[in-house]
Design a protein around this ligand. Structure first.
Ligand SMILES: [Zn+2]
Length: 166
């Protein structure tokens, strides 16, 4: 799934978990796990870089604005970050220094053999959380899902403003 959808799910799970437990560690963990669950949803590429930038930048701007309006910008930011962390690690963006040949992949890592079993992050032998994709969206549905994500975040932000969440 695209980063925007991971960001929305991450922000909602992070703020909800933080509201319930008061713990950033618990909130970060839940948002991190949400990434793998969300990967049961498969996206289809937008097709062009131009459309990708138009959509993802618009969503990102909306995300930041809603985070600001919520009064909990940093919770939204951390939710986005932890919700996207598996992809950020796998894609080696900023988490690893230049020139490093080996890196840890939490997504595609086959796991470590312990005795007869292979155990990885949310994987056990041939079972892996979020893999394979259960619901595959075509391109139009992927675009609609992104818009839906922003709409959900708008409603969530309003609920926060009303004091229903935190
Ligand atoms: Zn992913």
């Amino acid at each position: 799934m695209y980063s925007h959808v991971h960001g929305v799910i991450g922000a909602v799970t992070y703020t909800a978990t933080y509201a319930a437990t008061g713990s950033h560690i618990a909130a970060g963990f839940v948002a991190f796990v949400s990434h793998f669950v969300a990967d049961y949803l498969g996206e289809t590429g937008y097709g062009t870089d131009k459309l990708f930038l138009q959509l993802e930048l618009s969503h990102l701007l909306a995300f930041g604005t809603l985070g600001f309006l919520s009064g909990h910008f940093w919770l939204y930011f951390l939710g986005w970050l932890f919700g996207n962390l598996p992809d950020l690690i796998d894609k080696r963006m900023f988490l690893f220094y230049k020139g490093q040949k080996q890196y840890f992949s939490c997504h595609n890592h086959p796991g470590i053999k312990i005795g007869k079993h292979r155990i990885g992050i949310f994987s056990f032998n041939d079972w892996k959380l979020g893999v394979p994709v259960r619901i595959k969206f075509d391109r139009d549905e992927t675009i609609a899902l992104g818009v839906f994500g922003t709409a959900v975040l708008a409603v969530w932000t309003y609920a926060i403003k009303l004091g229903w969440i935190l």
